[in-house]
Design a protein around this ligand. Structure first.
Ligand code: C5P
Length: 227
């Protein structure tokens, strides 16, 4: 069977990573969560006090970029790769609401995007990859054989993220999660460099009322048409 590149883009908390992981497992492809990379850079910026509630020292972050080493290491017990920042597993801290509140500002910085996009393109040189993010079908892999764009209402997405955070014991309110989702949507769709837009040749899936199984089956059918 022909190996292809699958790009999955869309708004936050649309279940992109769940679908991407399922596909990668089924097809024995590599899965790359590019949001984790932007989150790791945001976490680094927070740790170094380059960003906070009312400040963002972009110049300091840009200067420090060569010191940021990002790596995915496969965890066989989990069945997917985890994000490492300068040798440290940061899967847990990068998923907090605090990092979520800064990540889109960090992702607006062109120098950050250039560095991460280069690394993402390298990971895809051999195809057989499922990558999810915001600019995969438009910037990272404009020639991807299959492009999916996922949407759902902000409320549906906030409810999902709220439930996820609660499961992890994170003490946040639904209102705060919804506010974060709406804010990130705004920044992601309005930024100058690589805004979140649907690629001309992407297939849109609104999963507000679709189960995971239904989405998975629909996308597998699309893949069969391509390979
Ligand atoms: O996918 P996730 O919600 O974890 O992504 C976190 C943030 O990282 C997004 O809201 C967006 O600002 C940024 N991002 C991006 N480009 C990507 C992936 C994520 O700008 N390819």
């Amino acid at each position: 069977m022909k190996k292809i590149t699958i790009a999955i883009d869309g708004f936050s908390s649309t279940g992109k990573s769940t679908l991407a992981k399922q596909l990668a497992k089924e097809l024995e492809y590599v899965y790359v969560d590019t949001g984790a990379m932007y989150r790791a850079v945001a976490y680094f910026a927070m740790q170094h006090e380059f960003i906070g509630a009312d400040f963002f020292d972009k110049a300091a972050l840009i200067e420090s970029l060569p010191k940021i080493q990002l790596e995915f290491r496969y965890n066989a017990d989990l069945g997917f790769a985890e994000m490492y920042l300068n040798g440290e597993n940061v899967e847990k801290p990068i998923r907090t609401i605090e990092v979520s509140s800064f990540v889109s500002k960090v992702a607006e910085v062109s120098e950050v995007r250039t560095k991460l996009v280069e690394q993402q393109q390298e990971m895809g040189t051999n195809k057989a990859i499922v990558m999810d993010g915001r600019d995969i079908g438009t910037v990272v892999f404009p020639n991807a054989e299959l492009k999916i764009f996922m949407t759902a209402s902000a409320e549906t997405r906030a409810q999902r993220r709220f439930y996820e955070l609660q499961q992890k014991g994170d003490n946040v309110s639904y209102e705060d999660v919804l506010k974060n989702v709406v804010e990130r949507d705004y920044i992601d769709t309005h930024r100058e460099d690589s805004p979140l837009i649907i690629a001309d040749d992407a297939i849109e899936i609104d999963n507000s009322y679709l189960s995971r199984e239904e989405q998975f089956a629909a996308v597998l059918e699309l893949i069969n048409d391509v390979v």
